[in-house]
Design a protein around this ligand. Structure first.
Ligand code: NDP
Ligand code: GDP
Length: 353
């Protein structure tokens, strides 16, 4: 007898993690229902991975309980992965209430719907290392105290605890992955990594002169998103739900990221000046490639994050493989390749006219 396909519902499917998890679950033979709010933003990610037609489209908004209930009743998923979020820290200072509605209350809506319509489903919540803030020890583990430093991280801390609470109160199979930053060519360009790799690619191709950045000294534990979704899937395959740190255990500054990205594109960057007057200059031509702007500083900053993923390694058998410099290089290469493909496409269409 052919075993029944497992059904997975992924919210925020058109974001970075949703796209990679869809690809992984399709390769494992799942029937994947991809939920996102209305609109087309992010669809390019599924199409870049070549899976657009293989993910079943579901319209779901984290603001609307009746919509979420209907979706669960109709699909009856075995596994639910919640990636939907207003996920950008800077925006959360500008839209703190909407951020809380989507990221915090939205998760309560989803959990309530699961409790009522599909309590047997296994649930994953995308928690973030931002909930630690930067007052704790050098390395953060599952037992480190939380001190969120932005409306985004406060909303995610609520979501984290409400997930734990529904697990304890209603015995739901609900797990949180406390994920440190994870990046890829599919990362949104508002985040520093993709902002830099996209700009470096354009500078390499002569389409942009320089890039403006904020705090160069902030330090993050940057991993490769494609590997993180494997751990996320493994979490829901465990007999018992639990929470896990997902991290590489290495931390690098924004400055190091900028340097590595320019090196990957064949530049040698030299720094001069300090603070807001600091500049990154092309060591050969002397042209300014990087400038610092106060506009990209945040009212409160998380200075440094570095995670200890020993529990995920021990219990899930998961560990990240891609190293920092390789991650930066693969992102720069992907952005350069996109520009080259776009150029070819433009040339072909102008040849036709
Ligand atoms: P993205 O920002 O790429 O994706 C988030 C998705 O959620 C988007 O498709 C977005 O749609 C959707 N969304 C926003 N608002 C709503 C809403 N009201 N209803 C339904 N969907 C909505 O995030 P990532 O893929 O990078 O991250 C996945 C999750 O993991 C997020 O929850 C994020 O906060 C969390 N996380 C991510 C980390 C990282 O480094 N990437 C680190 C730690 C946690 P739209 O395009 O329309 O806005
Ligand atoms: P976050 O860790 O979820 O906030 O991910 P981001 O990629 O948005 O930011 C990572 C770090 O880079 C933070 O400490 C930011 O303050 C810092 N940073 C410095 N310059 C910039 C910038 O121009 N854009 C963004 N998004 N972050 C920047």
């Amino acid at each position: 007898m052919v075993p029944l396909m497992k059904k997975a519902l992924i919210t925020g499917v058109r974001g970075q993690d949703g796209a990679y998890l869809s690809q992984l679950l399709i390769s494992k033979g799942y029937e994947v229902y991809g939920a996102d709010r209305s609109g087309d933003s992010g669809r390019w990610r599924l199409s870049e991975l070549g899976i657009e037609g293989r993910v079943k489209d579901v319209c779901l908004d984290m603001l609307e309980l009746s919509n979420i209930m209907d979706v669960l009743e109709k699909i009856q998923p075995d596994e639910i992965y919640n990636f939907a979020a207003q996920s950008f820290v800077t925006m959360s200072f500008e839209q703190p209430i909407l951020t809380a509605e989507i990221n915090a209350v939205g998760v309560t809506r989803l959990l309530e719907a699961i409790r009522k319509a599909r309590p047997a489903a296994r649930f994953y919540q995308a928690s973030t290392a931002e909930i630690f803030g930067s007052t704790g020890p050098v390395t953060q583990s599952e037992s480190t105290a939380f001190h969120p430093k932005s409306p985004y991280s406060v909303s995610k801390l609520y979501a984290h605890w409400i997930t734990v609470n529904y697990r304890e109160a209603y015995n739901l199979h609900a797990s949180c992955g406390i994920m440190f930053n994870h990046e890829s060519p599919l990362r949104g360009e508002e985040f520093i990594t993709r902002k830099i790799t996209s700009a470096v690619a354009k500078i390499r191709k002569g389409l942009q002169e320089k890039v403006l950045v904020g705090n160069l000294e902030a330090s993050r534990d940057w991993g490769y998103a494609k590997e993180y979704v494997e751990a996320i899937w493994l979490m829901l395959q465990q007999p018992k739900a639990d929470d896990y740190i997902l991290a590489t255990g290495e931390s690098h500054t924004v400055r190091e990221f900028v340097e590595a990205a320019f090196i990957a594109a064949g530049f040698k960057l030299e720094w001069s000046g300090t603070g807001l007057t600091e500049k990154g200059v092309d060591g050969i031509t002397g042209k300014t490639l990087v400038e610092v702007s106060g506009d990209f500083y945040r009212p409160t900053e998380v200075d440094a994050l570095m995670g200890n993923a020993a529990k995920a390694k021990e219990k899930l058998g998961w560990q990240p493989k891609t190293k920092f410099k390789d991650l930066v290089a693969l992102m720069v290469e992907a952005d350069i390749k996109r520009l080259e493909q776009q150029k070819m496409k433009n040339r072909r269409s102008s040849d036709k006219q």
